[in-house]
Structures are given as C-alpha cells and as structure tokens.
Design a protein around this ligand. Sequence first.
Ligand SMILES: Cc1cc2nc3c(=O)[nH]c(=O)nc-3n(C[C@H](O)[C@H](O)[C@H](O)COP(=O)(O)O)c2cc1C
Length: 170
Amino acid sequence: MKKIGLFYNFATDKTKRCAKKIEESFNSKKFEVVAIDVNETLTEEQFLQFDSIIVGVATWFDGELPFYWDEFVPAIEDMDLSKKQIAIFGLGDQITASENFCDAMGILGNLFKERGAKLIGYTKTKDYIFEGSGALENDKFMGLALDLDNQAKLTDERIKAWVKQLEKEF
Ligand SMILES: Cc1cc2nc3c(=O)[nH]c(=O)nc-3n(C[C@H](O)[C@H](O)[C@H](O)COP(=O)(O)O)c2cc1C
C-alpha cells in the first residue's frame, strides 16, 4: 500500500471538488490517499512525512499563487525535496486569463524542482485554448491543468486519465 499526501485548501470551491475526484479515482487497494489542508497551520513536517505528494493549486491575481500557498513558500524554500515525487494539478481559466493560464502550477513546480523534487504527471496541451502559461516545460503542462470555468465537461475524463498515469509513475 503506497501512501500519498494530497495537499489543497479545504475552503476552496473548485480545487476541492477536483481533489475529491482525484482521491476517489485511485485504486484504494494499492494507494492510501491522505488529504491535508493547506492553510496557516500547515507545517513543514506534515508536508515532508510523504515521499509521494499531490498538490492542488488554483491561479489567482493574474498569474499568482493563492494566499494560502503563498504563505507556505518560505517553508518550501528551506526544504530538501530530493527524495520526493510530486504531482501538481492546477485550476485556471483559459479564456479570461488566457495569457496566465494555470501559472501557479508553474510557480510551485519550479520551486519544487529547485529544491530537488522529481515532478511527475506531465500532460499534453491538446484540447486547451490559451495564449500563454507559466506551467509549461517542453510544451507540456508540469501537471494536470483543469478549467472548470470553460471545460467542466472534460474534467472527469482528464482526472481519470491522470490518476491512471500517476498510479504508474508513483
Ligand atoms: C480574481 C481572479 C483572478 C484569476 N486569475 C487567474 C489567472 O491569472 N490564471 C488562471 O489560469 N486563472 C485565473 N483565475 C481563475 C481561477 O483560477 C479558477 O476560476 C479556479 O477554478 C478557481 O479555483 P478555486 O475555486 O479552487 O479557487 C482567476 C480567478 C479570479 C476570480
């Protein structure tokens, strides 16, 4: 049984809905997914207790992290993540924020990589329509991009496919 830490802010709307679907999509015979709230009480120890980590982050403020993740950035900057595998799912709006689509996924992804983590769960940009994104690496998203504002109907199948991919990569 592999343990996965699933980190997102429990007070969010769309991020939370997606996190729940991700949690339910894992094969429960092989994976134990432990959800942890990202808020002011989140500690470095809570984050580092897992070697397999999923984080959920929406993009706010025109290409920025939401405040609940932003407050945790100084803690991440001090971490040794060299033994960690991290997968990110990002929420964004590719129409109204077309030049900053899911940028926050890239902010966290680059930070995790700088601290030595191995990012997993990269996905193709096919079927998305946006001008620019800070979450791209070699033309792929550094995780799973979800857009409940414009492509809600694609969410379930995107999550199912991504979790299948993660079950192999973790
Ligand atoms: C004020 C505001 C700013 C936003 N800025 C961006 C942005 O820069 N890039 C992006 O992709 N989405 C942006 N969005 C869209 C949100 O990321 C998207 O609606 C997301 O699903 C919200 O998730 P949440 O309900 O979990 O907070 C913005 C939304 C709001 C309300």
